[in-house]
Design a protein around this ligand. Structure first.
Ligand SMILES: [Zn+2]
Length: 350
């Protein structure tokens, strides 16, 4: 089969499209024929060698996989060839104390698909049976690939790590990102009043189309003042954050009393200083969010089937243009998701 392998870290890194042996499923494993695979900032960190994990090269990246079952290993009875599936990219053991209670995102022996084992920028990918989620009717492969990681991350942040009450002010950072574009839609459906940010007019227009009540220009140095003004000095009750660095510090400038920041990323910097005085005086909370549970993916796909959650797809690249896809995401001039499809669209019809 064909697979894109990262052979040297860098920005850009070195990629090669290679013929590699077909994966063979062991007991409890399945081979998925990849139909669409989303690109995420995690892939850029992997490319640049900036993950706090040891990653042996070559490695095939790609964690946001949707496709069809091609082959099942011994003992797999719930799945059969041609079943349409999405893959939970935070591979979990299924046995530890957290997995047993459905908190796979807290798994003690978790592995990231496309980081610690070969992922979906390939014609086929080998995954454990327990990582599969069946696609609901009406959800196509591109939709699933665009929501399986980014959309379910937003679902985890808004429905698992915290709860949103109707009428609350929710600030979603980065309307055009995979997480941001999904978080706006989810927060609106939960009854929140949503403010989001964008660095260009095109990104702010996308945020409005997705349902944000107000859009703020994040290139304005004192954008938190605009959030305070829009909320009549109340501030945001909940912030969906994934940027980190100085942006996370600024978020606290417009966070309400008793407000909460949920963060799932740090693309702009992992080390942040925080003034603890206003933080405890205002009794605020900072919550970490990592990956997703199976329940979050199921809900994201269910909402997609019901039309409540629509992925924003920027560009679909063929497999042999994977390096261009990485360059495009790195440019930050992206509205929504970048996807890679290993096959010509014609071969998807069946
Ligand atoms: Zn576990």
């Amino acid at each position: 089969m064909k697979a894109v392998q990262l052979t040297a870290h860098g920005s850009p890194g070195k990629f090669e499209l290679r013929d590699v042996p077909d994966p063979a499923p062991a007991a409890g494993e399945v081979v998925v024929q990849v139909q669409s695979c989303g690109l995420n900032h995690l892939d850029l960190w992997l490319e640049a060698g900036e993950l706090p994990l040891k990653v042996p090269l070559p490695r095939t990246p790609g964690g946001e996989v949707a496709g069809k079952i091609l082959q099942v290993g011994p003992g797999v009875t719930d799945w059969k060839p041609a079943d349409p599936v999405a893959v939970q990219s935070n591979l979990f053991c299924g046995e530890c104390e957290f997995c047993r209670q459905g908190d796979e995102s807290l798994c003690l022996r978790g592995e990231l698909l496309g980081v610690q084992r070969d992922g979906g920028f390939a014609e086929k990918v080998l995954v454990p049976e327990r990582a599969l989620v069946r696609l609901p009717d009406g959800v196509d492969f591109d939709t699933a690939a665009a929501l399986t990681l980014a959309g379910s991350t937003a679902m985890h942040m808004l429905t698992n790590r915290t709860q949103v009450s109707a009428g609350e002010w929710v600030l979603v950072m980065g309307a055009s990102s995979g997480v941001g574009s999904a978080a706006i839609q989810i927060a609106k459906h939960l009854g929140a009043r949503v403010i989001s940010t964008g660095s260009t007019e095109a990104k702010r227009e996308l945020g409005r189309q997705l349902g944000a009540d107000f859009m703020v220009d994040s290139t304005t140095p004192d954008w938190p003042a605009e959030v305070r003004r829009l909320t009549a000095k109340h501030g945001a009750d909940l912030v969906i954050e994934h940027i980190g660095g100085d942006v996370l510090k600024q978020v606290f400038d417009c966070l309400a009393r008793n407000g909460m920041v949920v963060t799932c990323g740090a693309t702009a910097g992992r080390e942040v200083t925080l003034n603890l005085w206003p933080f405890f005086v205002k009794q605020q909370r900072l919550i970490g969010s990592y990956g997703r549970n199976r329940a979050d993916i199921l809900m994201a796909l269910e909402w997609a089937a019901e039309g409540r959650l629509k992925p924003v797809i920027d560009t679909v690249f063929p497999l042999d243009r994977t390096p261009d896809a990485f360059a495009h995401l790195r440019s930050r001039n992206v509205l929504g998701k970048v996807l890679i499809e290993p096959f010509e669209p014609a071969s998807e019809s069946d």
